[in-house]
Design a protein around this ligand. Sequence first.
Ligand SMILES: NC(=O)C1=CN([C@@H]2O[C@H](COP(=O)(O)OP(=O)(O)OC[C@H]3O[C@@H](n4cnc5c(N)ncnc54)[C@H](OP(=O)(O)O)[C@@H]3O)[C@@H](O)[C@H]2O)[C@@H](O)CC1
Ligand SMILES: [K+]
Length: 511
Amino acid sequence: MKIFTADQVRAADAYTIEHTPITSLRLMEKAATQCTQWLIGRYGAGHSFHIFCGAGNNGGDGLATTRLLQQHGFEAKAYLLHYTDKFSADNRANQAALRGGEAASLIMLQPEDAFPELPTNAIIVDALFGTGISRPLEGLVAQTVQHINALQDQYPIIAIDLPSGLKADESSKDLLTVEARHTLSFEVYKLAFVLPENAARVGEVHILPIGLHRDYLTQTPTRYQVVDMEMIHRIYKPRLPFSHKGTYGHALLIAGSYGKIGAAVLSAQACLHAGVGLLTVYVPECGYNIIQSTVPPAMCLVDDGGQQSVQFHEAVTADGQGKYKTVAIGPGLGTSGDTAKAFEKLLQRYHDPMVIDADALNILGAERYLLEQVPKHSLLTPHPKEFERMFGPSGNDVERLEKLSAAAQQYSLYILLKGRYTAIATPEGQVYFNNTGNAGMATGGSGDVLTGLLAGILAQGYSPEHTMILGVWLHGLAGDLGAAAMSQEALTASGIVRFIGPAYLEIAGAK
Ligand SMILES: NC(=O)C1=CN([C@@H]2O[C@H](COP(=O)(O)OP(=O)(O)OC[C@H]3O[C@@H](n4cnc5c(N)ncnc54)[C@H](OP(=O)(O)O)[C@@H]3O)[C@@H](O)[C@H]2O)[C@@H](O)CC1
Ligand SMILES: [K+]
């Protein structure tokens, strides 16, 4: 699903009005109808709705929603903030329509008025500002937003289109905004929804269709997209009936050190569950028995280094055209000087896309010049701290995203940034946001599983871009299925591995 800028949303609106018989007032009615249906479906009988409206079209959505809720037999009141007399035309039309209905359901809130008393069954709806926000909140609107936020533990707060005060396309890091439990937005995502700094503001996002013109939605190029099942279906390739293990590639996984062989085990298991044809795991000597007994389908190569691998570059031939379709390196590897040297030699020998994670990223962070030597189109999988070590600190999430995208373009790499919506930046400047996964996956070894999964997918012949999108998505879905079966708390990295299979079945079943 595409992420539109506020300007693109406005253009979609205008295009729809120009190319179909629909008016802007009718489009607002559709938006309000969707919000009404969502609110009734979610909260139903026994609740009263208290809708705080601004002077623009977001306020218009709120006024229309109030009227529609009443028409469905619900108690609903609109509080129209009277901080200006500059109401939009559609806002005025909906004020008039509401005044024509139930008495006392449209209340003008003046700057000197106290915040209204709300009954215990209240649902607060925020329709103050949407994409038209143009400056920080102050005066009556700021006070109202502070009041609403102070009530968030008592009443659910539902924002229409955007939590008021939040900018759709920029960082709102230090701005006052509504803190919603749910945000009901229309047709497309907005960048603000996927930024970690907005997590407490947007809550759960629900995208509701309102009939914006398909041509505009499908033909407008966007820099950002949220990965969805449709995209996954386009990427996923079922196995061929006449295939053999050679069809699905041979991966080399270089991982583990004394005390961290578990990282190699988890990565190896994930790589096998991803569907790789053959797997060789390269570990220091202390890992040999462990790998052979816990991951029997994998072959094992042993380094002379004892506690940390220091000669793994020799596992690939000097011309880099050996038997391995892909190489993954990093989980539990260690960062000693000799390991770093071996990594540098590996980069000189191996020229196909690699998967680079954990300690291999830490080595890159310490020896930045090595970034230039990483094979083009390799996959880098840092968490925010590793990212910062490599590319420096950022003032806010949008700045970090720009840095991510700039690095992916500069070095021709696919780089992801882990988070609730993991961002995947491509060498072409695109950024995909992953929408699967849960807080139960914030557990040791979860990243090692992702590395193995990516290596297993890449080795099967998927392009690096498709590997990144499919791998991150499968990883999150396996985590979601695991959490559903055993709770987020009890989910472990091994649990994520166990649910890679069911996650594949979900894609295959829905295809
Ligand atoms: N496009 C679509 O697909 C559809 C869009 N729809 C809806 O329209 C919404 C966009 O409407 P919009 O353009 O009227 O902007 P909106 O957010 O209501 O705010 C503008 C008003 O706020 C004011 N204002 C701004 N900042 C302020 C501040 N800090 N403090 C005080 N005032 C401030 C600004 O005043 P001004 O800056 O002009 O002085 C103006 O009066 C969108 O989010 C969605 O809900 C749906 O109806 C149907 C389909
Ligand atoms: K709003």
